[in-house]
Design a binder for this molecule. Structure first.
Ligand SMILES: C[S@@+](CC[C@H](N)C(=O)[O-])C[C@H]1O[C@@H](n2cnc3c(N)ncnc32)[C@H](O)[C@@H]1O
Ligand code: SF4
Ligand code: SF4
Length: 419
């Protein structure tokens, strides 16, 4: 018997196991070692002897509409390498900051940037025009603290007038006043506000500035008053890991929506690794600990050619340096003023093109086209751009999902050394 994969179903082999990506339903099915060899045999070979168990197994896959007797579907989605442009840009307006957060990847506020390199308001306007010219429709105004930029309002007005599809603002919330809040609401800006604690003791011990909690809370009240689309960015680290429930209740008590948290990422500053959290339950929710993967036609194709996180994104810093993302501080691909467009384009595409096929361990994993990635995290933890995605407990060589205590060993060793 020869069978074929149904249309838009893809069989991806890992070192030990395999997966079928069903792009009709956006599902990813895990296939064990037995299934891997059986499926491989029936889709490539007409003359194989099948046992009763084999036939039952294959029937189940036929019922799920993954395999069919109508052979030779043309599953050629992957022939064309889709070209891709910039879809999202972080505009890091300033490296100034009124807070001194202990975990901050940029050490913003302790500026070492030569003032002569800082982009002018006209530079930012040109960048905004250029982004729209090349069809980038989504930007995030960030920093440092973006509201510390002396021309913040002008940049906001200009970006709004130009008609981006989506403008985000990432802020510590302390500088939001009535005028700003009103405008953010009127312009339909998506505001993301960082919160670290449910009271001044916890929050201010992280921002290192007394009074920052109260100002942040006032900012959140104003955003509420003017019905601004607001989301809360909670970053959990050693210093606030005990208070996650209280922080959640606090956010809800002031009328905002709790939408989860992120955990602190090791930065290029080794000293920051002492903030790594130790609560396994908190860590667990940010890790791949079981095979719950989803896919889509767009993601499946893209992940073959481009990095699942970096693709289509760039970050531009306050002095015009271009990075693949805000976390990859040491990965400057060029400068918007000093380098020509073609050069920058080529360099950024090289970063986007780091797929899981290039990454140690992941390259042998059947989930490599549906799994998230974060290269700055790999560099922060293993010091290597091509190391396995660190927040993952799967071992594709054994097919075993390891205990989280095993897969966080490297991070723990590092942070223990720093404590
Ligand atoms: C760098 S700040 C810039 C915007 C603004 N100043 C603020 O604090 O929201 C953007 C976000 O990055 C987060 N962040 C900074 N360092 C981080 C790290 N090492 N790991 C995870 N998130 C970090 C901050 O907590 C904040 O939520
Ligand atoms: S407020 Fe934002 S930019 Fe400033 S130190 Fe804190 S995280 Fe960094
Ligand atoms: S991170 Fe790598 S090893 Fe883990 S599931 Fe994803 S592709 Fe597989």
């Amino acid at each position: 018997m020869q069978l074929s994969l149904c249309q838009k179903c893809y069989f991806i082999k890992g070192y030990k196991n395999a997966a079928i990506y069903d792009l009709n339903n956006n599902k990813v099915y895990s296939i064990n070692e037995y299934g891997k060899y059986l499926i491989d045999a029936v889709i490539t070979n007409t003359n194989i002897a099948l046992s009763k168990k084999d036939l039952e197994y294959l029937d189940k896959l036929k019922d799920l509409k993954l395999l069919t007797e109508n052979i030779n579907y043309n599953n050629n989605l992957l022939i064309e390498r889709n070209s891709i442009g910039i879809e999202f840009a972080w505009l890091e307006l300033t490296d100034l900051c009124n807070l001194r957060c202990i975990h901050c990847y940029g050490e913003f506020g302790n500026s070492v940037i030569n003032k002569s390199r800082i982009l002018s308001i006209n530079d930012w306007k040109e960048i905004i025009d250029k982004l729209l010219d090349i069809d980038c429709k989504n930007i995030q105004l960030i920093g440092g603290e973006p509201l510390m930029h002396k021309d913040f309002m002008e940049i906001l007005d200009y970006s709004h007038k130009k008609g981006f599809k989506r403008i985000d603002l990432f802020t510590n919330g302390t500088l939001i006043d009535e005028t700003i809040a009103k405008k953010l609401g009127r312009y339909n800006i998506n505001v993301r506000v960082s919160v670290y604690g449910h009271n001044p003791v916890v929050h201010d011990s992280i921002t290192k500035v007394n009074g920052s909690f109260e100002k942040n809370r006032r900012g959140l009240e104003l955003l509420k008053k003017y019905s601004v689309n607001t989301s809360i960015a909670i970053i959990i680290m050693k210093e606030n890991e005990a208070y996650l429930d209280e922080i959640k209740k606090y956010i809800e008590s002031i009328g905002h929506k709790y939408s989860g948290y992120d955990v602190v990422r090791p930065t290029c500053f080794e000293s920051h690794q002492k903030h790594a959290i130790s609560n396994i339950n908190i860590l667990k929710s940010r890790y791949n600990t079981r095979p719950v993967f989803h896919t889509s036609e767009k993601d499946f194709i893209r992940n073959h050619f481009y990095n699942s996180c970096w693709n289509g994104k760039i970050a531009i810093t306050s002095c015009g340096d271009v990075l693949p993302c805000i976390f990859s501080r040491n990965d400057i691909v060029g400068n918007i003023k000093a380098d020509n467009e073609d050069y920058l384009k080529n360099e950024i595409i090289k970063k986007w093109s780091i797929t899981k096929d290039n990454i140690e361990v992941c390259k042998d994993c059947e989930y490599r086209y549906c799994c998230h990635d974060c290269r700055p995290l790999a560099i922060g933890i293993y010091g290597n751009m091509f190391s396995k995605y660190p927040r993952c407990c799967y071992n594709p060589y054994t097919g075993i999902w390891e205990e989280i205590s095993e897969c966080t060993k490297e991070l723990n060793n590092k942070s223990n050394k720093m404590r």
